[in-house]
Write a protein that binds this ligand. Structure first.
Ligand SMILES: Cc1ncc(COP(=O)(O)O)c(C=O)c1O
Length: 476
């Protein structure tokens, strides 16, 4: 009775990635009420600076319409409905984007198109650039949600560009060429490349040469370049973040092929506000995306609050400085304490997570062994981390661990648990032996690897989903 979309698994909820979330939702850690519960380290949230934000909100009651100071604007805000958005919102977001990029580029508020988070922005861009059956090349490991956001409703295909730890996952020209040729051999039209800079899950930034080379590749092939820059302000130490907008101004290139996806979910830590941005240098894309944005506008109430907050430059400067300082401190404690027990992490300087190397704990270098270890980590270590295979990583044994979504005390408990894992010498065999019991509880989904069937396009992962229990149920 229903459509293929309604009955299929295009959303990706049936995946190993989600099983971890469910394990957390069913048994969430609480320091007093449930000290043996699962700690959520699979959620890339930025919770480290809410005191700074709350302080601003209290000092600026007129920015909210539900206050004595703001209520006179209630009617205007409640009635306003225009897919261009509030002018002051677009101006403030454009200015914020400039600041995040070190004031080395300018953004035109008239090119700011809003959407429901970066999730909506990615789909919007995809609808504008590609037809069903077309493909984007995406360097892997990549954010699992792309499988949903780019593919589900648009019919796009993703062709992973395989990158490797041996050269710090550099996106090389030869890897791009190889993926492009693979698509051509399969008779698939490649319409673009999507990069995430800074990277989720790696927490690294791309250097100028890499960005220049990717840009040159897309221009030579006459395909689009979409840059997800939603972690731009999470860079907490050198080298600094370089936006594609900066690279393109110094190059002789066709701007019609370049598009930036942005959001306030990570840099400000407001995923609940659903503020996503498409910033395209192509006029036709701006016009089409703006019309299409009717399907996922940001509420005017949110626009107003954000406009007010982000046009306070003093606040923005303080927030950005404080956020990177706190992220740096968290990162240093986390990686330092893991290093003491022989667990290395990829060297990184951005993001809300680390890319942890547990290859030495695998029984053998296979996805099955990785997922078996992952199940032990959830069931015995009681933390939810995300296995590398969920990010389409070609090398088993890497795990993404989110470090900015909890307080210091919870982080301390999590660290003690991971350090205990390092001490378990029999982990690999134990992991393999335990798998069956977890299959019943968590419905282990090893089958997700089958999809390498065609182009190496797995059906794993999607970060947001309806759940039996809300993913927001977490220890506070
Ligand atoms: C690289 C990347 N792009 C997009 C998104 C979606 O972000 P939003 O919450 O703004 O929809 C995420 C969320 O984790 C992400 O990591």
């Amino acid at each position: 009775m229903l459509s293929k979309m309604a009955t299929g698994n295009g959303h990706g909820e049936e995946s190993a990635y989600f099983d971890g979330w469910k394990a957390y939702a069913n048994n969430p850690f609480h320091p007093i009420n449930n000290p043996n519960g699962v700690i959520q380290m699979g959620l890339a949230e930025n919770q480290l600076c809410f005191d700074v934000v709350k302080d601003w909100i209290l000092k600026n009651p007129a920015a909210s319409i539900c206050t004595v100071e703001g209520v006179d604007s209630f009617q205007d805000i409640a009635l306003f409905q225009d897919y261009h958005g509030l002018a002051e919102f677009r101006k403030a977001v454009a200015r914020f984007m400039e600041k995040v990029r070190g004031d080395r580029v300018k953004f035109d508020p008239d090119r700011i198109v809003m959407s429901g988070g970066a999730t909506g922005a990615h789909e919007l861009v995809t609808f504008c650039l590609a037809d069903p059956g077309d493909a984007f090349l995406v360097p892997a490991p990549y954010y699992p949600g792309f499988d949903r956001d780019l593919r589900w409703r648009t019919g796009l295909q993703i062709v992973p560009v395989q990158c490797h730890s041996s050269n710090n996952y550099e996106v090389t020209r030869s890897a791009l060429e190889e993926a492009y040729e693979r698509a051509q051999e399969a008779n698939i039209r490649v319409k673009g490349v999507l990069i995430t800079n800074p990277s989720n899950p790696l927490g690294t930034v791309m250097d100028k040469d890499t960005l220049t080379s990717i840009l040159a590749f897309t221009q030579e092939k006459n395909i689009h370049l979409v840059c997800d820059e939603i972690y731009g302000a999470t860079v907490f130490k050198q080298p600094s973040f370089i936006s594609i907008s900066e690279i393109m101004t110094n190059q002789d290139c066709n701007p019609d092929l370049i598009h930036v996806v942005y959001s306030l979910s990570k840099d400000l830590g407001f995923p609940g506000f659903r503020v996503g941005i498409v910033y395209s240098y192509n006029d036709d894309v701006v016009h089409c995306a703006r019309k299409m944005s009717s399907f996922g506008l940001v509420s005017t109430q949110t626009q107003r609050l954000i406009a007010s907050m982000l046009s306070d430059e003093e606040f923005v400067d303080r927030f950005l400085a404080e956020s990177s300082q706190r992220l740096a401190a968290r990162h240093s404690v986390f990686t330092g304490r893991l290093k003491q027990v022989g667990i290395p992490c990829l060297a990184s300087n951005a993001g809300l997570f680390v890319w942890m190397d547990l290859r030495h704990l695998l029984k053998d270098p296979t996805v099955e062994a990785e997922l078996a270890l992952w199940h032990v980590i959830i069931s015995e270590v009681k933390i939810n981390v995300s296995a590398g295979s969920s990010f389409h990583c070609s090398e088993p044994g890497w795990f993404r661990v989110c470090i900015a979504n909890m307080d210091d005390e919870t982080m301390d408990v999590a660290l003690r648990r991971i350090r205990a894992l390092a001490a378990k010498k029999d982990m690999p065999n134990k992991a393999a032996g335990k798998r069956k019991c977890w299959q019943t509880n968590l419905q282990l989904r090893l089958s997700s690897r089958r999809l390498d069937d065609f182009m190496g396009i797995p059906q794993i992962g999607s970060p947001h989903s309806p759940m039996p229990q809300s993913p927001l149920v977490r220890a506070t």
